[in-house]
Design a protein around this ligand. Structure first.
Ligand code: PEP
Length: 264
C-alpha cells in the first residue's frame, strides 16, 4: 500500500491567490510521487482548489461539525464539505483540543457524522509533555483512552450489513479511518519524536484498533515537526514499515520542503 502524506495548511495562507500559488507547488510535483497525497487547506479554499486539482490528488478539510443542517452559526456540515470537494477530514487535531476545548465526546460525534456522510477521517491522537514525562505506561493509557472515547459507537452493524464478513467490515473501516499519532509536544516545535518511540505507540494504536474495532491493517501516520530532512529517519529505520505515512503542518507551506518531501 502507498504511504500517505497529509499536508495541514492550518490557518494559512491569507488570500485565495496565495492559496492557488501554494497549491501549484503540489500540482507540479504530484505526478512524480509514489505517495498518496492529501492537501488540507482552510475550508474557504476547498472549492477553488477542487477545480485545479488532478484526479489523484486528494483534498481534505481541517474540521467538520456533527449536524447536517440547522441553527449552528459558523459551523460547516459533512455534506457541505463533500459538496466542496473534500474527500478527507482531519478530526481531533490537538490545536483544536487545546485551544478550543474540543472534547473526546465532540470528536466522537464528528467522526460518526463524517463517516455517515462518506467522508474519510484522519483522527489525531497524542499525549502532552506532562504525560510523556510520566513514562510509557502513562502514554499508552492516555492514547488508548482517547481511541476508546473518540471511536465509541462506531456504526459497525450498519457497515457490516453492506458487506458479508468481518473481513469486509475491516476493509471498510481500514479505508475510511486513518489515525495520526501526533504527540502534542512535537507539533510545531521543531522537536520531532524519535522513530523508535513513535513506532512503539503506532504499534499500540494498531493493536488497540485491531482488538476493539476489528480493523485488521489500520493505517497510522506520524505527525509532529516532520520536515524533508528528518522524514528520512522515519523512512529508513528498523520497523519503519509500521509507519503508514505522515501528517505535516509547518513544512506544508514551504515550496522547497513540499518538493523534497513529495519526491521522496
Ligand atoms: C500538524 O499540524 O498536524 C503538524 C504535525 O504540524 P507540524 O508539522 O508543524 O508539527
Amino acid at each position: 500500500m502507498k504511504k500517505i502524506i497529509a499536508f495541514n495548511w492550518k490557518m494559512n495562507p491569507q488570500s485565495l491567490g496565495e492559496a492557488k500559488k501554494l497549491f501549484n507547488s503540489y500540482l507540479l510535483l504530484y505526478s512524480s510521487s509514489k505517495k498518496e497525497i492529501i492537501v488540507c487547506p482552510p475550508f474557504i479554499y476547498l472549492y477553488e482548489l477542487k477545480d485545479l486539482k488532478t484526479k489523484n490528488l486528494k483534498l481534505g478539510s481541517q474540521d467538520v461539525f456533527w449536524e447536517n443542517s440547522g441553527a449552528f452559526t459558523g459551523e460547516i456540515s459533512p455534506k457541505m464539505l463533500k459538496n466542496l470537494g473534500a474527500e478527507y477530514v482531519i478530526i481531533g487535531h490537538s490545536e483544536r483540543r487545546q485551544n478550543l476545548n474540543e472534547t473526546d465526546e465532540m470528536i466522537n460525534k464528528k467522526i460518526l457524522a463524517a463517516l455517515k456522510t462518506g467522508l474519510k477521517i484522519i483522527l489525531c491522537v497524542g499525549e502532552n509533555l506532562k504525560t510523556r514525562k510520566q513514562g510509557k505506561k502513562a502514554v499508552e493509557n492516555f492514547i488508548k483512552s482517547q481511541l476508546q472515547k473518540d471511536l465509541k459507537n462506531l456504526p459497525l452493524n450498519s457497515l457490516l450489513s453492506k458487506t458479508t464478513s468481518r473481513k469486509g467490515l475491516s476493509y471498510i473501516l481500514n479505508s475510511r479511518l486513518i489515525i495520526a499519532y501526533e504527540p502534542i509536544w512535537a507539533i510545531g516545535t521543531g522537536n520531532s519524536d524519535s522513530p523508535k518511540d513513535a513506532i512503539e505507540i503506532i504499534k499500540l494504536i494498531k493493536k488497540t484498533l485491531n482488538s476493539i474495532f476489528y480493523i485488521l491493517n489500520p493505517r497510522v501516520l506520524y505527525g509532529g515537526s516532520v520536515d524533508s530532512k528528518n522524514i528520512k529517519n522515519f523512512l529508513q529505520c528498523m520497523q519503519c514499515n509500521e509507519i503508514d505515512g505522515f501528517l505535516i503542518g509547518s513544512a506544508s507551506l514551504q515550496p522547497k520542503e513540499i518538493k523534497n518531501i513529495i519526491k521522496l
